[in-house]
Design a protein around this ligand. Structure first.
Ligand SMILES: [Zn+2]
Length: 330
């Protein structure tokens, strides 16, 4: 019997079908080929999707991650090994707009784009990097004055999306993704459908509990403005009624002196005490800004790479950091 994923794989890859089928069914011992190799191979594009995939996979699927720990995911380039991983995967779990190289390489028949599972927010982030960067900043200051960001978001087509892709930083949205991913895996491997669905429900419940903790913990704060190194936290800000001011749109972009002045003025006006940095981005710019404003710096984790704990513990760490920096009373 040919497993579901082998069929999908053969259908999706005409050129390599023979070789890949051999790999799928012929590896290992003389035991029934389905025993080990029949499990769906889930390839998560980067950490939060890896964590979610692992929760849902349990013992019924194997999960690998495309972006190695400690690597900034946005500018990932795909080498031969990663192309092979993409070819071998039963299902690639990604978010269109985060990693342009992955967006181009995925097979639509064998992929799950988490951005299709939830309502997205308009871009204020990475899609406008490069030549459109200055316009992106202008858009932010206009937004302060109440102009609609949506009209400008259309310009952010560099990476093919007009929405902000950092949706994993809202646990309630990630809970929705969990349910849809569970259904997708259940369809890919009907023999284990119940397990996938049950574990997806458990993951969604953990995420919903986390969402409640964040909502409660961020209810009453001295300031609701968070100045961040790059604009990764739009969903968190939206969900918990905070205002994100990103120094840069993209981790790779150096802000102009004018931009730093602009953010400094805003930070002073909003009584910001802390400028947030992140592990994978040099803190230099944030430190310059903090000195100008008379603020300190603290690390807020955008979870673009594996934290020391897991998604849940890192988000709880972010909650503590936010409560302290924004002066929230429990
Ligand atoms: Zn990012």
């Amino acid at each position: 019997m040919m497993s579901g994923h082998s069929r999908l794989r053969a259908a999706g890859l005409l050129a390599g079908a023979t070789l890949l089928t051999t790999t799928a069914c012929g590896a290992g011992s003389g035991a029934t080929p389905e025993a080990a190799d029949g499990k769906p191979q889930v390839l998560a594009a980067f950490y939060p999707l890896q964590w979610l995939s692992e929760q849902i996979a349990g013992p019924d699927a194997q999960v690998a991650v495309l972006t190695a720990p400690g690597v900034e995911p946005h500018d990932l380039e795909l080498g031969a090994q990663q192309m092979a991983q993409l070819e071998d995967a039963t299902l690639t779990v990604y978010i269109k707009g985060v990693q342009p190289a992955v967006d181009e390489a995925v097979d639509p028949e064998r992929s799950f784009d988490a951005a299709t599972a939830v309502a997205t927010l308009p871009a204020g982030g990475h899609a406008e990097e490069g030549h459109a960067g200055e316009e992106g900043h202008a858009e932010e200051s206009h937004a302060e004055e109440g102009h609609a960001e949506e009209t400008h978001a259309e310009e952010g087509h560099d990476h093919g999306v007009a929405y902000d892709p950092h949706l994993w930083l809202d646990p309630s949205r990630l809970a929705t993704v969990a349910g849809k991913l569970g259904e997708r895996l259940a369809a890919a491997d009907p023999a284990h459908a119940q397990g996938f669905k049950d574990r997806a429900a458990t993951a969604a419940a953990s995420l919903t509990a986390l969402d409640k903790e964040l909502a409660t913990g961020l209810t009453t704060c001295a300031t609701r403005t968070m100045v961040t190194a790059h604009e990764a936290f739009g969903y968190l800000a939206d969900r918990y009624k905070l205002k994100q001011v990103g120094i840069t749109l993209d981790p790779e972009t150096e802000p102009s002196p004018a931009r730093i002045d602009e953010v400094a003025k805003l930070a002073k006006a909003e009584k910001v005490t802390t400028i947030f940095t992140e592990a994978l981005v040099s803190p230099k710019v944030a430190e310059v800004l903090a000195a100008e404003v008379g603020a300190k710096t603290a690390v807020l984790d955008p979870l673009e790479s594996k934290p020391s704990g897991d998604y849940l513990s890192a988000m709880r760490g972010n909650l503590k950091t936010l409560q302290s920096a924004l002066g929230c009373t429990p």
